[in-house]
Design a binder for this molecule. Sequence first.
Ligand code: FE2
Length: 366
Amino acid sequence: MENISKCLPINGTDYVEFYVGNAKQAAHFYQSAFGFQPIAFAGLETGLTDRVSYVLKQDKITFVLTGALTPDSEVAVHHKKHGDGVKVIALWVDDATKAFEDTTSKGAEVDFEPITKSDDNGKVVLSSIKTYGETVHTFVERKDYNGIFMPGFIEWKPEYQPEDTGLLYVDHIVGNVDWNEMDKVASYYRDVMGFEQLISFDDKDISTEFTALKSKVMANDNMRIKFPINEPAKGKKKSQVEEYLDFYMGSGPQHLALATDDIVATIDALRKRGVDFLHVPDTYYDNITDRIGEIDEDIEVLKRNKILIDRDDKGYLLQLFSKPVEDRPTFFFEIIQRKNAVSFGKGNFQALFEAIELEQQSRGTL
Ligand code: FE2
C-alpha cells in the first residue's frame, strides 16, 4: 500500500516565471543588474500570439520573464491586478504525470493537465497545480530533453552578455499569505506535497514595537525546496506583510533567496550594477561577536558591505535583502551565503523589520 505521508520526489527548482509589464526591459534588468545570461526566447517569432517570454540563466537559477501582447491575455489580466510578480514556481521532477496525479488525488487544484511538448532535442512533460493566491507550481520532466530550455523556445543569443554576479541556486522562496491563511497553506504543503515543517515563528519571535509576522517553513525531504509561509500578525501599525498584501492584492511570493559562495563579492557587484539593498544601521554590528561568536569573515568587511549575520546550532549564515524590484512595494530578493547554518536568519528579523519600517514610513504605508 502506498505510504500517504511520502514526500513528492522533487529534484529542485526548475525555473521561476515572472509576469511583468514589459518582459523585454525586465530581461535587460536581470542581465545588467543581476548578471543573468540570455538563453531562450518565445513570442511572435515562435508562433505565440498573446505573450512573449525571455529565459535567463545564472548557474542553476533559471528565470522566465513573460509579458502580454494583448489586453485579454492571461498575463495582462494578472499584471493589471498584481503588478510585476512571480506567477510560476516550477519544480523539476522525474515524472510530471505522476507528480500531477499524486498531488491532485490529495486535493491539489488543477492548473493544467499533463502535456508533452517535443522538438528535435527531445520532449518535456509539463503539468501544473495551484497554490497560494494565483501562484502555481508547474512540474517539469526534462530527462528526455537536450535542448536549451524547452520545446517552443528558440535560442536567444544577443551580443550583450554581461558578467555574472556569483549567484548559484535558489535557496528558498517565501510566500506572503492572507490573514489566518498560514496554517491552511502549510497544511497544503504537508498533505498534498508531503513536505515537513522545519520551523515556525510567531509574533513573540518576530515583532518590533509596531509590527509583527508569523511564519512556518515547509520543506521537502531532500531540502532542495524550502518554502517559508508568512502571514501578518496584529501590531500597532501596518506590517510589511500587510503592505505586500495590499499592493499585490492578495497572497503571493514575497522573496526569492539566491545563494552565493562569496557574498561580499556578490553584494559588491550587485550594488555597483544598480541593485538597492535595505539599509543596515552601523549599530547592528555593535557587540555582534557576542551574539554570533567567531566567524571566518572580517566583521569590518561585513560592516562596510552592510551584510547581516546569524547563527543556528549547525553554523552561521550571511544574508542581505534588496529593496522591492518593481514599482509596487511587493517582491524582493535575498542574497544568502550559508556557512553550514540551515535556518533563515531569525536573529536578523528584528533589524530587518526596523529597516523595512523606515522604508514603509517614507512610502506612507506604515
Ligand atoms: Fe529569506
